[in-house]
Design a protein around this ligand. Structure first.
Ligand code: NAP
Length: 267
């Protein structure tokens, strides 16, 4: 039986997931990379194998469906791959008002961000428990700490991930499974998000980070068994300010920003 271990990363074909894959490969981890069908995933696996000399396989699955999650698990079991690190990164973001989003979009967002993370964590738990020490890294968002207009469903999914991770950290410690959650602020992962970051508030423009930098912080934090990872000084400061600024002042700022947004929607 093979003694090689694997790190499984969901949403690995682009954005933050790709940065996590490159960071793990540079640390000589073998990889199982998962994303929707498309050439980018296979190309990434090929280039990682060549550049880092590690094993890297591409598994195409739609994780917004329950079948996708179950069939990923069956494939890993069938190939007898020993997963000792699970990184639940796949997620879909959004920045619009609740009434602007369709029911079908929200259904997909909740299924990918919430259900897939829950199912995969449960399904892969027996494999993780096989090892003396194993790790789960869940990707939440800084938005999970705030109640931001235009982030209603997205922020709620990330609050779920945060709660789940912190609870599992306690439950799974005796089983040798360390659980970490990362809460990044804005990252320039793709053209849409970069545009949102660049055209946003002073904070959004100045706090946005490059995904490669965040990935290095994420993997170091996970391996040192950090419970909550918040990358970037400005993001840490923002979260701290939330504790000290009275809710009435925060409400006023949010109302002002919403009015400003409504005016610019009309323009
Ligand atoms: N970007 C930010 O500012 C930011 C901030 C905080 C947290 N986050 C979180 O970080 C994570 C990654 O975000 P990102 O900005 O890197 O997103 P992204 O650029 O849109 O990349 C998402 C990745 O997930 C994959 N994916 C999408 N739908 C999938 C599905 N149904 N099944 C399997 N894979 C799927 C995509 O694969 P394909 O392209 O092949 O479809 C892609 O590899 C998300 O959980 C997000 O919420 C992002």
């Amino acid at each position: 039986m093979t003694t090689e271990t694997y790190t499984l990363i969901t949403g690995a074909s682009s954005g933050f997931g790709k940065s996590l894959a490159l960071e793990c490969a540079s640390r000589k981890m073998n990889l199982i990379l998962v994303a929707l069908p498309g050439p980018e995933l296979k190309e990434l696996a090929d280039s990682i194998r060549m550049r880092y000399g590690v094993k890297a396989m591409a598994v195409e699955k739609d994780l917004s469906t329950e079948e996708g999650c179950y069939s990923l698990h069956s494939e890993v079991i069938k190939q007898n791959l020993r997963v000792n690190i699970l990184i639940n990164n796949a997620g879909v973001g959004s920045t619009f008002y609740f009434y602007e989003g369709g029911a079908d979009f929200f259904e997909k967002q909740v299924k990918l961000n919430v259900l897939a993370t829950t199912l995969l964590t449960r399904l892969f738990l027996p494999l993780l428990e096989h090892h003396h020490q194993s790790y789960i890294l869940n990707v939440s968002s800084l938005s999970c700490f705030f109640h931001l207009p235009r982030k209603s469903v997205y922020g709620s999914t990330k609050t779920y991930i945060y709660y789940l991770s912190r609870t599992l950290k306690k439950e799974l410690r005796p089983h040798g499974v360390s659980v970490s959650v990362i809460c990044p602020g804005g990252m320039n992962t793709n053209a849409v998000v970069t545009q949102v970051n660049q055209s946003g508030t002073w904070f959004a423009r100045h706090s946005a980070m490059e995904p490669d930098v965040v990935a290095a912080i994420a993997i170091s934090g996970m391996l040192s068994k950090k419970e909550v990872i918040i990358p970037g000084k400005l993001n840490k400061l923002y979260k701290m300010l939330d504790y000290v600024v009275p809710s009435s002042v925060k409400d006023m700022v949010q109302q002002y920003q919403m009015k400003k947004l409504k005016r610019s929607d009309v323009l």
